[in-house]
Design a protein around this ligand. Sequence first.
Ligand SMILES: [Zn+2]
Length: 548
Amino acid sequence: MRNALLLIVALIAAHGSVQAQQHVLQAGIDVLNYEFTIQLPDAGRHIDAHALITVRRSSASDNVVFDLVGLQVDTVSVNAKPSAFQKDKATLRISLGPISRPSADTLLVDVHYSGEVEDGLIIQTDNKGRWRAFGDNWPTRARLWLPTVDDPADKATVTWHIIAPIDRKIVANGELIEEKVMSTENGTVGGKKKITTWRMSKPIPPYLMVIAAAPLVSYDLGLTARGLSEFPPGVKQSVYVFPEQANYLPGPFERAGDIVEFFARTVAPFPYEKLAHLQSSTRYGGMENASAIFYADDIFQRRAVTDGLIAHETAHQWFGDAVTPRSWGHLWLSEGFASYFEKLWVEKSEGEAAFRNGMRELCDEIVNAREVQQRPVIDTLQTEPMQLLNTNSYQKGAWILHMLRSMLGDSLFFGGIRSYYMHHRHSNATSDDLCDDLGTFAHSDLRWFFDQWLRRPGFPEITTDWKYDPQTQSVTLEIEQGSRFRPYRFPLKVEIQMPGGSSQFIVVDVPAQKSYTVLLRKVDSPPKELLFDPLIELLAAIKSKSTK
Ligand SMILES: [Zn+2]
């Protein structure tokens, strides 16, 4: 996701902490599929809903706990038999009965529930009097309207049956299966209703399970990335907006096809049935819901959608959605990747200079960010996911990938990324998984790199100095590391500029020590200047002591 404003994040962080407890994953309980049937109201926030949940049980556990905050549970059955349950403020505990086979069984849990939805599904009436509802679950708000194992590590497929007045467009994850008008005998009051069914056939975490229900109009971007989807023949893309924004389109979405094609060629086929882009009520600037990206309403109203934002949320379909961090502490595997792939799109579409400028800007943000100085990227002590939407997860995460690429070279880096993606596609991953997959592919032990950049706060603060000795025709290079952070190990590229205008590049392998001196021999005349990290490949604050 991308944040609209830091201020909003701060407000939400304060407000959202009530329901943000971590779900405690139950050993031997794995949700395979959710099938939600939700009757939306004509007005107001009351829903009547029904969740059919397929649970795989591989331990002797005789109950299952779902997250469900507020709302009222009316009846529960397990394998079509009424079941005892306990509903408290935040959870629903259901008795499963004894395990039927010695090793494992699969249960169908049926929950009927209803009530006023407070959040998660954001229901509003806009200033034109139009009723609208948009799911916005990140990080732990699915449980405010959906009984789920609301944890990124329990991914499941999902089917949506949404009952709503016929003038609302219903969009959800996956593929549109059916949209049919219901006869009035089906219990509707005041006008015709329809039932719309969407089906997501790849497992996703609950934080990405969404619906949109609003008077939206759609703009068809057609079939893009032909031959580059897990669902042949290509990626069907469309944009959904409120009618007054219809003449904005395709606008920045003209590049949406190129963006998907570029990422699919760089990583792997697009993972889902289609890709929709929606004007929505999300709290975030953009939210990468699987196959249905939600963008903030006001960005459309101001007509300020950028292809950087589209690229960021699109990259999440691979990183975050198809490969999901196993726990929030590894959030950089989602946000760092999306931030870096956004910059890779800049490199592809605007060229190398724009890309390097972008990386330099991120570097400036990192060295000035307090959380980078105080906390590591893998911040397992931070239990509030909102607090992880920070410079560590985004900018520093992106820079860690950039340094891996600079160190390994394009072929090994992208090959290693593809290998990691294919290993964990439609599943979960941790930072160690990435370290192992990249390291195996590149035949290189990268643990020192991952430890130093991900498990420690900070960055190298380097002071450089050099002098030329005409007697020995050599350059002495001194690299001093500041004492605020432990010394880092890194390759440092140096450009030696000669008076005639020629240049030579060398790479110094700087060890993790406070000061390091290198002697460069056979420099037959005094260099004009030495440039340290001229190609912006090292995340560091670099200053030079003097020249000559
Ligand atoms: Zn993001």
